[in-house]
Design a binder for this molecule. Structure first.
Ligand code: ADP
Ligand code: MG
Length: 461
């Protein structure tokens, strides 16, 4: 089989490698991951090992391959690398119910085989960067983080379901993956499924079409922890909701953990049936709030560290200040700035940052709303918000109103008629007049000019 190694020798070597692995990683992990491996041969120092599923291969490559290789090299220094590949040893159609003899042939313990199969068939893969360790915690997300950690570490089901909600790009998927990683790592024998609600829906519809709903349901039976991302996607899809509800109830009744995410709270989800809403509300509901400046800065620091790049504090503060929409955009901005500096071979400066991100910065600036402008201006001049819409023409309210119109023109991409509408349905010529008036006053009154400038800077954040 090998160059100079007999088949018998090979297996004796492999058995010793396995024995040492068993001592190092413990019986449960050994049975789940090492025992199912089959050595196929050694050629030119490369040992080829097959495993039955993609999920197993990925896991073994990520966690055990290096150690296996070094143990084997200790046994036989002719072996200097190993390759792990997928070979299921069974006809695809019978994948779920393998015969006892087959099972023996691939040495897959029953539970591990079902676990790996179900995970392979249903679960989307997990992003290796989305771990608890890489999640920066601060006020806006501390509750959602604590709840996720609690579920990940719990020995038994306490809150069911855990419902995480928040705006786009604020870390819901990251937390769900982190939770899944944590449980899988702690106990590989538990079946942890992560799936988007959209995928769930497609699978169900396919099962309906293929008249296969029984096996669709069966698949979910063996799941210990089920994470379903973005349930707002099944809103309004009645038959999917129905099936989701049944799967959900069945799993909860069997004491399995469920984690769900959405962009809104259960009560605010539209197009979701009342009884489903109330079930979703039954467990623990945790929201992730919009980011704060401190959180954004923390995330930038952590990201830069992960990428092993040095970015001046001044630059990070600038980004944390300017890119406020969500974390995804913030990460994207940092990546762009870093990539640019690596490509041109120059340090990151404030100038290049502004240049590289000019489109993104403009888009973020534009996110100032007319309402915010009105509120700020009203507070600054100490008038009521309602005066922004009122017909009162006294200068003490008319002037601030004109300033607000002027700033709306400067800071948003709204047209004159749109701005007019937001100020109590005024005509676009009124807005035009306000813009001219404020320009004129700024030229002649330095105190007024300073006021306007101050407001502009505050609004641009
Ligand atoms: P959502 O699912 O809520 O739309 P994601 O979980 O996909 O958002 O997060 C978007 C990006 O932002 C991901 O790359 C994620 O790693 C990152 N991210 C979000 N929140 C944090 C955080 N608190 N710490 C570190 N990275 C974060
Ligand atoms: Mg997401």
């Amino acid at each position: 089989m090998t160059d100079g190694t007999t088949g018998g020798q090979l297996h004796a070597e492999w058995d010793r490698v396995c024995g040492r692995m068993r001592t190092e990683i413990g019986e449960a992990a050994y049975r789940s991951w090492v025992a199912p491996m089959t050595v196929r041969g050694v050629h030119d120092g490369l040992a080829r090992i097959s495993v039955p599923t993609r999920f197993m291969r990925d896991w073994i490559v990520a966690h055990y391959a290096d150690r296996l290789q070094s143990l084997w090299n200790d046994e036989d220094n002719a072996v200097h690398s190993i390759e792990i590949f997928i070979q299921s040893d069974r006809p695809a159609a019978a994948a779920d119910q393998e015969s006892p003899s087959r099972r023996q042939a691939t040495k897959v313990p029953a539970k591990a085989a079902t676990t790996a199969n179900v995970v392979d068939q249903i679960s989307a893969s997990l992003d290796s960067r989305f771990t608890f360790k890489n999640f920066v915690v601060d006020k806006p997300n501390e509750f959602a983080y604590a709840a996720s950690r609690r579920i990940a570490e719990a020995q038994s089901v306490t809150f069911n379901p855990l419902f995480l909600y928040g705006g786009v790009g604020l870390g819901k998927t990251h937390l769900m993956h982190a939770l899944a990683w944590h449980i899988r790592e702690r106990d590989p024998s538990r079946t942890v499924i992560y799936i988007s609600a959209e995928k769930f829906m497609y699978r169900f519809i396919r099962a309906l079409r293929e008249q296969n709903t029984v096996s669709f349901k069966e698949q979910f039976r063996s799941v210990d922890v089920m994470l379903i991302d973005d349930v707002q996607f099944i809103a309004g899809k009645n038959s999917t909701q129905e099936e989701f509800f049944h799967t959900f109830n069945a799993l909860v009744d069997q004491g399995r953990q469920i984690v769900i995410s959405a962009d809104k709270s259960p009560s605010d989800l539209e197009g979701i049936e009342e009884r489903l809403k109330s079930r979703l509300n039954c467990g623990l509901v945790a929201d992730i709030h919009a980011t704060t400046y401190e959180l954004r800065l923390g995330i930038l620091q952590s990201k830069a560290e992960q990428m092993s790049v040095k970015v001046a504090t001044k630059i990070m503060e600038f980004l944390a200040h300017k890119i406020t929409a969500n974390v995804r955009e913030l990460e994207g901005a940092l990546n762009r700035v870093v990539a640019h500096s690596e490509l041109v071979g120059r340090d990151i400066t404030l100038e290049t940052t502004k240049e590289v991100l000019h489109d993104l910065l403009r888009a973020n600036d534009r996110r100032v709303t007319i309402e915010e402008i009105q509120k700020r201006v009203a507070a600054h001049f100490n008038i009521r918000m309602s005066d922004m819409h009122s017909a009162r023409r006294a200068r003490s309210v008319a002037r601030p109103r004109q300033v607000a119109m002027y700033l709306a023109k400067q800071l948003t991409s709204r047209s004159l008629p749109e701005i007019g509408r937001k100020f109590g349905g005024r005509d676009h010529t009124t807005v035009m007049h306000a813009v001219r008036k404020v320009d004129e006053l700024r030229d002649h009154d330095s105190g007024f000019a300073e006021d306007v400038e101050l407001l502009r800077r505050m609004l641009e954040g």
